[in-house]
Design a protein around this ligand. Structure first.
Ligand code: IPM
Ligand code: MN
Length: 355
């Protein structure tokens, strides 16, 4: 083995452990073929751990996690726990603590996968969203006054720093340069209303763009972006946007690429440790039944290999997924795949070794 990577596994809640098992199966098959090795350390974090110990994420655990080469995460969210506690305490905490300032979400429709957009196919639906991942409305700035009274005031502010915005935009141009696409970066904002925040974004965008004369620029308001993603998805190559808008448009993106069964993303710190995850949640109603689709987690594994610079192994995973969705798995929805969760993992792993 030429190289071994040290991976932190956070299977998490609900169906997270089931899909992470299959991702590991496939990533291991592809890596072995590419002549690299992966070693895993399990972190028992999530709702059950919180219920048992009262602890969400110990600062020492964060320090340990920082020592790995990458993180593969299943899902966070537990039906017994008030929404927000685990999401903020675990997922957002990790994103922020590890300064994973990019959320990279490919929106790519593979042949054989159903899209609800009539007359659009794999040729038209192939772009990536670069979402800022540590600022904006997610920064937690604001506060509440007179809670629970008729005079209650709630303020939630969007934080946009020149540094945060600029590094995100620069990353988007770099992604665009490497892609074999239309060589266009589209800024998705709301310059007509959010005239402070998106004025900063717009100026930073065109200043950074000047360093990339080989790449075209475009701009769309976020509402119009939603419209074009459905009507003319082929217009997009790379979309760069803030945290909140990125959260929203990537759920839309997931739907046009075949649903939560296949949508994956990477929380990336280009100078540090990155974390890869299926976009979908913990799916409590499917937990333990072996019916959840592991492809999103498998695709997260592919993104992880890419980000580690292991393009050959990542390519084996993508080819295997493409073959499985074209020839084997008829429907990507949970319970409708025609196979169990682990059978899908077996099929993709076999292709990852052979194709
Ligand atoms: C996502 C999720 C998270 C987000 C939640 C669970 C905090 O929706 O990864 O898109 O809003 O970023
Ligand atoms: Mn989301």
């Amino acid at each position: 083995m030429s190289k071994t990577y040290d991976i932190a596994l956070i299977p998490g809640d609900g169906t997270g452990p089931e899909v992470v098992n299959e991702a590991v199966k496939v990533v291991d098959a592809a890596s072995a073929r590419a002549g690299i090795g992966l070693e895993y350390t399990h972190y028992a974090l999530g709702g059950e751990h919180y219920k048992a110990t009262g602890e969400i994420l110990h600062p020492q655990t964060i320090e340990k996690i920082k020592g790995h080469d990458a993180i593969l995460l299943g899902a966070i969210g537990h039906p017994d726990i008030t929404p927000g506690i685990l999401e903020k305490g675990l997922l957002l905490n990790l994103r922020f603590a590890l300064d994973q300032y990019i959320n990279l979400r490919p929106v790519k429709l593979y042949e054989g996968v159903y899209t609800p957009i009539k007359e659009k196919g794999p040729k038209e639906i192939d772009f990536v969203v670069v979402r800022e991942n540590t600022e904006g409305l997610y920064a937690g700035a604001g506060g509440v006054l007179k809670k629970g009274t008729p005079d209650e005031v709630a303020i939630q502010e969007s934080i946009n720093t020149r540094k945060g915005v600029e590094r995100c935009i620069r990353f988007a141009f770099e992604v665009c340069r490497k892609r074999n696409g239309k060589k266009t970066v589209t800024l998705c904002g709301k310059t007509n209303v959010l005239t402070y925040a998106f004025d900063l974004w717009e100026r930073a965008f065109y200043e950074v763009a000047a360093e990339y004369p080989d790449i075209k620029t475009d701009y769309a308001h976020v509402d119009a972006t939603c419209m074009w993603m459905i009507k003319n998805p082929e217009w997009f190559d790379v979309i760069v946007t803030d945290n909140m808008f990125g959260d929203i448009i990537t759920d839309l993106g997931a739907m046009i690429q075949g649903g939560m069964g296949i949508a994956a993303g990477g929380n990336i710190n280009p100078e540090g440790v990155s974390m890869f995850e299926p976009i979908g949640g913990s799916a409590p109603k499917y937990t333990g039944q072996g019916v959840i689709n592991p492809l999103a987690a498998i695709c997260a594994g592919q993104l992880m290999l890419e980000s580690l610079g292991e393009d050959a192994a990542a390519g084996f995973v993508e080819k295997a997924v493409m073959k499985a969705v074209k020839d084997d798995i008829k429907d990507l929805a949970a319970g409708k795949m025609g196979f169990s969760t682990s059978q899908v993992g077996d099929i993709v792993a076999r292709y990852a070794k052979e194709l």
